[in-house]
Design a protein. Structure first.
Length: 431
C-alpha cells in the first residue's frame, strides 16, 4: 500500500479538508485550553488517559501496568483521521520551530511537586511552548500543582510513567529539539498514509517503538495493551499478516538464534540451567538426550537438536501463544514475568511480542467462536490443558513502526526511534 491523492475506502464519508479546517481553527486554543482542563480535572483527553481503569478480566499486575494506557482515545493510530491530525500537528510544530523551539532544561537535578528551584522557570517555559502548561499561569520557581499536572501530561504523551516527576528520562525527552520532533511528524505522516487502504473491520495493530498494542473494531479501539518487543539487536519485524491460531498452554520450541546467543552461554555458566527451566533436548530421531551429552564449549547444540520447554507457569510463552503467518518465526504470547510490563523500556525480547492482559485479547479473538466462550477459556487456563484453536476467519494483524502521531482531539504523541528507522532512506525502504 502506498500513499496517493486518491480517496481510500477508509476515508469515504470523511472530508480530510474539513477535519483540517476545523482543527486548524482551534489548534492554538486546543493546545493550551486542554491543559487548563487537565489541571481542573475536566474532559481533557490526557486526564482521561491517566484516570482510565483496566477491565476486570485481568492478570493482576499484568493489567495494572500503565504503558499502553497512557493513550486513551477510541481513535486508532491506523485511522483516516490520523493523517489529517498529523498535518495539523506539523503546522503547529513548524510554528514552534520558526519561533526558535523550546529551551533546554538543565539535567542536573530532579524536579518534583513542592520544590523551589530556578530550573522550574525553564521547565515552565518548555511546557508552555509545547502546550502542556496553560498560558497565563504566573511564572515562578515553585513546582506547584499546575506544573505537576503539566509534567504528567507531557509524560503521558511520550509514553513515560506519568508520576509528575521531572527526572532523567522526562528531562531527556523534553530536551529533544523541536526540529527533531517536527521531522518525526513528517516522517510518520508518510508511514500513516502508506496504510490508508482497507485494513479490515477487526484487526490488531502492534506499534513497535511504543511497545503497545491496539485491538480495533469498526474503526474504534476496543482495548489497548502494553507490550514487550524486540531488543535493538533482535528487532521485531514490520509486517502485515493474519492471525491463524491460538495455542493454550503451549510447548516452546527454542529458536536456533536463542540457542546460540542465550542457551549456550547460560549452560557454560550454569550446567543445570536447562533442567531448572524444564527445557528438554531431542536429537534428530526424536529421542531425548541429557544436557551432559552436549559439548557446551562449542556450537554443537545448534546442529541437529531440538530444544523444547514443557508447558506450565514457568514456560517462556506463559499460558498462550498467538500465531500469525510470517517468515521471521515471531508471534505474540503471554509471559510468566508480568512485572516486565511495568518497565519504562520494554525492548527486551528476541523479536516476538509479549502481551499484557493477553486473556482479554484471546476473548476478543474467539468472541464469535461458540465452542470457546469465556467460561471455556477460563477452564483451559485453570486446567493446563493443551488446546490449539484455528481462527476462522483469520484475523488481520499489523506490526508497524510509528514514532509520532496525532489525534483529532489535539493530542500529539512521540516515542523514541529505538531501531533508528526514522531517516529518509529507512522510511523509503519500509514502504
Amino acid at each position: 500500500m502506498t500513499g496517493s491523492n486518491q480517496t481510500s475506502p477508509l476515508e469515504r464519508g470523511i472530508s480530510r479538508r474539513g477535519v483540517i479546517r476545523a482543527l486548524l481553527g482551534g489548534v492554538a486554543a486546543s493546545a493550551f485550553a486542554s491543559t487548563a482542563a487537565f489541571a481542573a480535572g475536566s474532559d481533557d483527553p490526557v486526564m482521561q488517559m491517566l484516570q482510565s481503569k483496566s477491565g476486570s478480566w485481568s492478570d493482576g499486575f499484568d493489567a495494572a501496568s500503565s504503558g499502553a494506557a497512557s493513550v486513551r482515545t477510541s481513535e486508532p493510530i491506523l485511522s483516516p483521521a490520523t493523517a489529517a491530525a498529523i498535518e495539523v500537528a506539523i503546522a503547529q510544530y513548524s510554528d514552534i520551530v520558526a519561533r526558535g523551539g523550546w529551551p533546554v532544561i538543565p539535567p542536573d537535578k530532579k524536579l518534583s511537586l513542592g520544590m523551589k528551584d530556578p530550573n522550574v522557570v525553564v521547565l515552565r517555559q518548555r511546557l508552555a511552548i509545547s502546550g502542556d502548561l496553560a498560558p497565563g499561569v504566573p511564572s515562578s520557581e515553585t513546582f506547584d500543582s499546575y506544573v505537576d499536572a503539566s509534567v504528567r501530561r507531557f509524560q503521558a504523551r511520550h509514553g513515560l510513567p506519568a508520576d509528575g516527576v521531572a527526572g532523567g528520562s522526562t528531562i531527556s525527552m523534553m530536551n529533544v529539539p523541536a526540529t527533531f520532533r517536527l521531522a518525526q511528524l513528517q516522517t510518520n505522516l508518510v508511514r500513516i498514509r502508506s496504510m490508508s487502504g482497507p485494513l479490515g473491520d477487526r484487526f490488531v495493530m502492534v506499534n513497535i517503538p511504543a511497545a503497545s498494542i491496539e485491538v480495533v473494531e469498526s474503526g474504534r479501539v476496543v482495548s489497548r495493551h502494553t507490550a514487550v518487543v524486540g531488543k535493538i539487536d533482535r528487532e521485531t519485524p514490520i509486517l502485515a499478516s493474519k492471525i491463524y491460531r491460538i495455542s493454550f498452554n503451549p510447548n516452546w520450541t527454542v529458536p536456533a538464534s536463542i540457542i546460540r546467543k542465550d542457551l549456550i552461554p547460560l549452560m557454560q555458566k550454569s550446567p543445570d540451567y536447562l533442567t531448572k527451566k524444564h527445557i528438554r533436548i531431542y536429537d534428530a530421531s526424536g529421542v531425548e538426550v541429557p544436557p551432559t551429552s552436549i559439548d557446551w564449549t562449542t556450537d554443537q547444540a545448534t546442529k541437529g537438536y531440538m530444544f523444547r520447554q514443557d508447558p506450565g507457569d514457568f514456560n517462556s510463552l506463559g499460558t498462550v501463544r498467538i500465531s500469525f503467518h510470517n517468515d521471521e518465526q515471531v508471534y505474540m504470547h503471554d509471559t510468566p514475568l508480568k512485572d516486565i510490563f511495568g518497565n519504562e523500556q520494554r525492548f527486551d525480547s528476541s523479536g516476538c511480542i509479549r502481551v499484557q492482559n493477553i486473556r482479554q485479547v484471546i476473548g476478543w479473538l474467539l468472541r464469535d467462536n461458540p465452542e470457546f466462550p469465556r467460561s471455556r477459556i477460563d477452564e483451559i487456563f485453570k486446567s493446563g490443558e493443551q488446546v490449539d484453536v484455528n481462527l476462522k476467519p483469520e484475523m488481520p494483524v499489523y506490526l508497524q513502526y510509528i514514532t509520532a502521531w496525532a489525534t483529532s482531539d489535539g493530542g500529539v504523541y512521540f516515542r523514541n526511534d529505538i531501531y533508528n528507522r526514522d531517516s529518509a532512506d529507512q522510511v523509503a525502504l519500509q514502504q
